[in-house]
Design a protein around this ligand. Structure first.
Ligand SMILES: C[C@H](O)[C@H](O)[C@H]1CNC2=NC(N)=NC(=O)C2=N1
Length: 152
């Protein structure tokens, strides 16, 4: 980019006839520089700001959290967090389920608080960074509900 811009400037400076007063040629180059700078800044792509995680709003709780509570999740006493117990046929099934959740957790950088004994899995979801429930918790809990249907 810089090289071709320099080339443009030099072509303008060279093309303006040699007899032109130096001031005029300097003005031509200055105009070209300004327009290039304007062009180059105009073409910069705004940096996508990382979406700041926030606690669920009342409306999001009504629309997105309530279906999870209806499906078997419950609010944790004294915390803005949700809890669910899953029972599987055996340890192998529960660990397979946990493996899928763990892969999503790593992809999302969002991790469950969980405890597993043999075929029973206890899961608590909350977002430590915001001190309560966020969209990430909803997404992970919905994933778990969908996955669990495969173990019915
Ligand atoms: C440093 C690291 O990115 C943060 O601690 C991530 C990791 N996993 C997380 N998991 C959960 N449940 N909540 C968080 O706030 C969180 N933050």
């Amino acid at each position: 980019m810089a090289v071709c811009v320099y080339g443009v400037w030099m072509r303008i400076a060279h093309n303006s006839s040699i007899s032109e007063p130096v001031e005029k040629r300097a003005r031509l180059v200055a105009t070209a520089i300004n327009s290039t700078i304007r062009y180059s800044t105009a073409t910069t792509v705004p940096v996508q700001k990382k979406k700041k995680m926030a606690k669920l709003t009342e409306q999001e709780r009504a629309e997105q959290l309530q279906p999870l509570l209806d499906a078997g999740w419950s609010m944790v006493n004294g915390r803005d967090a949700i809890y669910r117990e899953y029972i599987f046929q055996d340890f192998n099934q529960s660990f397979r389920f946990m493996t899928g959740v763990a892969l999503l957790a790593e992809k999302m950088n969002h991790h469950p608080e969980w405890f597993n004994v043999y075929n029973k899995l206890q899961v608590t979801m909350s977002t430590h960074d915001v001190g309560g429930l966020s969209a990430k918790d909803i997404r992970m809990a919905k994933y778990m509900e969908e996955e669990f249907k495969r173990y019915a």
